[in-house]
Design a protein around this ligand. Structure first.
Ligand code: AMP
Ligand code: MG
Length: 415
């Protein structure tokens, strides 16, 4: 009789253990703010100035003294013109300044009237046709950012809005975490690269290597420098040699396939021979054959992290998002945000939940609910293309029409 199988580790435990093992890289780069999209800040950004730097008009119109306009019949004398990028003179009682959006409000003025609410007479006489409150249409100095404020924290993953904010503080360069160096290889004697053999000439049993394409794209999106080591044959020697050479100059070795239980699966024993395996097999579907460990370096000190992803494309894709993405964020010193599911109604039925936590490929429909892709097999990559996210379904949970379920949109992970 076989020994009873140890229960598989729950995903949250596996992720917590994996993240515990990752020490953020010490190396950093200073890059042009223009080139910092997707990089992770290595130091806090503290503002050296107020934004806006000066009180300015948020309208095209006239700068006035609100107290002058208590009587609606009052005519003001337009004495100056202040376009954006220019400064005016102090405004005296009874005067108005023609002003444009972004121009500094002159001393003495305490409100801006939009030009649609005014009428000019004799060229320089101004009649204001609406009530005016002190402070209106003025953007105050420092209302966006105060001098000395910490505007962005180390660990922030920079995106378009944060780059704009950094630029508004005058920062042309930013200190960011170094890019993780990742060695990527695919295992499997059945794999053929697109372009090497035409579809009509594919030998029996051969398939195209699809994992290599989406994994490379995912790694690039996560800010990595990728060394693509191609396809490694299913032998112990080739697997050992590839792992050994990859460990020296990379922070992470990422493989797909060959981490299951068959005797053609050489990755697991090879990692054990060259380092250690700390996690193997997770209670999730798809994605059970996931492995995490490290490979010792031969020529330099230290070790490279190792992640073995399942060979089945959908398993590989989903485990990358759930496990490798957090690992890469942490390596770069970035915050690893918890999953933030949307609660959405199922417009489908799942008669019986799997015993593992399941990530079902689904997509939002126009009625505000979720449709399920009919074929949830881990080899069906079409499901990941059709879907715009996954339903995170607890073990053993059946789903009835209309049940609120946890939906994780791909868009949040792929940004
Ligand atoms: P394995 O984990 O190596 O047993 O592979 C599981 C399944 O995934 C098999 O059907 C493989 O042919 C398939 N597979 C493995 N690697 C890839 C890949 N790079 N691209 C597409 N399918 C793959
Ligand atoms: Mg294989």
């Amino acid at each position: 009789m076989n020994a009873p199988r140890a229960p598989l580790m729950p995903l949250d435990d596996a992720l917590a253990r994996l993240l515990q093992a990752i020490v953020p890289m010490a190396a950093s780069d200073t890059v042009a703010t223009f080139d910092a999209d997707g990089r992770v800040l290595a130091e806090d950004v503290v503002s050296e100035l107020q934004v806006p730097a000066f009180d300015n008009s948020s309208m095209d119109g006239y700068a006035v003294r609100a107290a002058d306009l208590a009587d609606p019949q009052t005519l003001l004398h337009v004495t100056q013109r202040i376009p954006a990028g220019h400064t005016g003179q102090a405004l005296r009682p009874g005067e108005a300044a023609r002003i444009f959006t972004g121009a500094p409000v002159p001393p003495g003025a305490d409100a801006v009237v939009m030009q649609e609410d005014t009428q000019t007479l004799d060229g320089d006489r101004l009649h204001v046709r609406a009530a005016v409150a002190a402070g209106q249409w003025i953007r105050r100095s420092g209302e966006d950012v105060q001098r000395g404020a910490t505007v962005l924290r180390a660990g922030n993953r920079l995106g378009p809005a944060t780059l704009g904010l950094a630029a508004s503080l005058g920062l042309a360069h930013l200190k960011v975490a170094a890019k993780p160096r990742v060695a990527l290889f695919s295992t499997g004697d059945e794999l053929v690269m697109p372009g090497d053999i035409a579809p009509q000439d594919m030998p029996p049993g051969a398939i195209y290597n699809s994992n290599r394409f989406f994994l490379r794209a995912l790694l690039h999106r996560m800010g990595c420098v990728v060394s693509d080591l191609g396809i490694v044959p299913d032998t112990r020697e080739a697997t050992l040699a590839s792992l050994k050479s990859a460990a020296d100059h990379h922070d992470l070795i990422l493989t797909s396939g060959g981490v299951s239980v068959g005797e053609e699966d050489h990755v697991k024993p090879a990692v054990q021979a060259l380092g250690a395996l700390e996690l193997w097999q997770i209670s999730m579907k798809p994605g059970k054959p996931f492995a995490y460990g490290h490979v010792r370096r031969a020529s330099t000190a230290g070790q490279a992290h190792f992640v073995g992803l399942p060979g089945n494309p959908v398993s590989s894709f989903v485990t990358f998002l759930l496990m490798v993405r957090p690992l890469l964020l942490r390596l770069q010193g970035a915050e690893v945000p918890p999953l933030r599911p949307w609660r959405l109604p199922a417009h489908f039925v799942l008669p019986k939940g799997d015993k593992r936590r399941e990530f079902l490929r689904a997509r939002r429909n126009a009625a505000g609910g979720l449709d399920l892709f009919p074929n949830q097999s881990s080899g069906v990559l079409t499901s990941a293309v059709w879907a715009d996210g996954v339903v995170d379904n607890p073990p053993g949970q059946a789903i009835a029409q209309g049940d609120l379920v946890n939906f994780l949109p791909f868009s949040e992970w792929l940004a």
